[in-house]
Design a protein around this ligand. Structure first.
Ligand SMILES: NC(=O)c1ccc[n+]([C@@H]2O[C@H](COP(=O)([O-])OP(=O)(O)OC[C@H]3O[C@@H](n4cnc5c(N)ncnc54)[C@H](OP(=O)(O)O)[C@@H]3O)[C@@H](O)[C@H]2O)c1
Length: 336
């Protein structure tokens, strides 16, 4: 089977290779991957910033969808030809996260989905939300489930509450779509006025350009009449968290998700204490969260925002496009 494997750090070391196709164990399913989508994590991994001690070669990419082509002898839930989407952590079915569940994250310490065939435990898989294409379903596992968890599971977002979203990457755009169906007021920041126009068309109520308005937390306070937001999906990391703390209301919640501006730095914790804030880390989510999210997607006819679809042969271009941060929504790679 054909695949791309990372042989050293750097996009240029992502090399086309061939390996024998894997075979399913008794409780596994073999899937022919039809589409994958890229996340910022995939770029960090390729650049050597996610796991500097990575063992090479490694097949990257966590998110994908495909069709069942073989089933283990104990599997009854799936049939050959079924269209499935693969959760980010196949071992996290439900309940709280644990080390064992986290270690199953695809495209990190174990090989990911940038290969023609994979075997996955059968109880992890989910059907495609009807009437999704493989490309649309491949957009969901990491960014969408993370947004869902950050908003509704960890963040407990309620109708009428105010939400802050940062940038127009995958997590934030899913966050916008989900928060709209939940009836929240949405404030969204971006470096681009053109992108801000697009999110207003999608229903964002207030927008701020964080390049031209670097003190964006003051604008958030103005918009909320000094109160601050109830919830933030914090994807910026060390460069934005201090401002987010200022922009958050008393007893507000911050779902700590991303590291776009870096992972470590100095932090004043005063706002967390004095405003009794909850800051909770998010690591994607479980299969149960994914299933609940898919039900809402179907109910509300939501569709992922797909920036561009690349072919398998254009995989390196897809990674370079992600690196450029020009995208609006998900970057997808379609397998032939
Ligand atoms: N913890 C988890 O489970 C989890 C899951 C998914 C993602 N993440 C993390 O969440 C972050 C976002 O991931 P993603 O896949 O959505 O990324 P992405 O699609 O690559 O999004 C990139 C976008 O983020 C925005 N951005 C960059 N710097 C920013 C800043 N200083 N302030 C506000 N926005 C900024 C930019 O939007 P504009 O062009 O509009 O400015 C950029 O286009 C990454 O750090 C990723 O590693 C974590």
């Amino acid at each position: 089977m054909k695949l791309f494997e990372l042989q050293a750090f750097g996009i240029e070391h992502l090399k086309r290779a061939e390996r024998p196709a894997p075979e399913p164990d008794a409780d596994e399913v073999m899937i022919r991957i039809r589409a994958v989508s890229l996340n910022y994590r995939d770029l960090l991994l390729v650049q050597g910033k996610y796991n500097p001690r990575l063992n090479f070669p490694r097949v990257p990419v966590s998110d994908g969808a495909g069709e069942v082509v073989a089933i283990g002898e104990k599997v009854t839930a799936w049939n050959i030809g079924d269209r499935v989407v693969i959760p980010f952590m196949p071992a996290w079915l439900d309940g709280e996260l644990s080390a064992a569940k986290a270690s199953s994250a695809l495209g990190g310490d174990v090989d990911g989905l940038l290969q023609e065939f994979v075997v996955i435990r059968a109880d992890a898989l989910l059907p495609l939300p009807p009437p999704f294409s493989f490309e649309q379903a491949a957009a969901l596992p990491c960014a969408a489930v993370t947004a869902w968890n950050g908003l509704f599971v960890s963040g407990n977002l309620q109708p009428g509450q105010t939400l802050l979203l940062q940038g127009t990457g995958g997590v934030s755009l899913f966050g916008l779509q989900f928060a709209k169906i939940a009836g929240a007021t949405i404030i969204l920041t971006s470096s681009s006025d053109a992108k801000l126009e697009r999110v207003r068309a999608m229903g964002a109520h207030h927008t701020i350009n964080y390049r031209t308005e670097p003190d964006w937390e003051k604008r958030v306070l103005e918009i909320t009449q000094g109160r601050g937001v109830d919830l933030t999906l914090e994807v910026g990391g060390v460069g934005t968290l201090a401002k987010t703390l200022k922009a958050t209301a008393y007893a507000g919640h911050i779902s700590l998700i991303g590291v776009l501006t870096g992972i470590s730095g100095e932090l004043q914790i005063g706002h967390i204490l004095h405003k009794a804030l909850t800051v909770r880390g998010i690591y994607v989510g479980s299969r149960a969260m994914f299933a609940a999210m898919n039900a809402a997607i179907t109910q509300h006819n939501l569709e992922p925002v797909i920036d561009r679809v690349f072919s398998f042969d254009e995989t390196l271009d897809a990674f370079r496009h992600l690196e450029s941060a020009q995208h609006f929504g998900k970057i997808v790679i379609r397998f032939n």
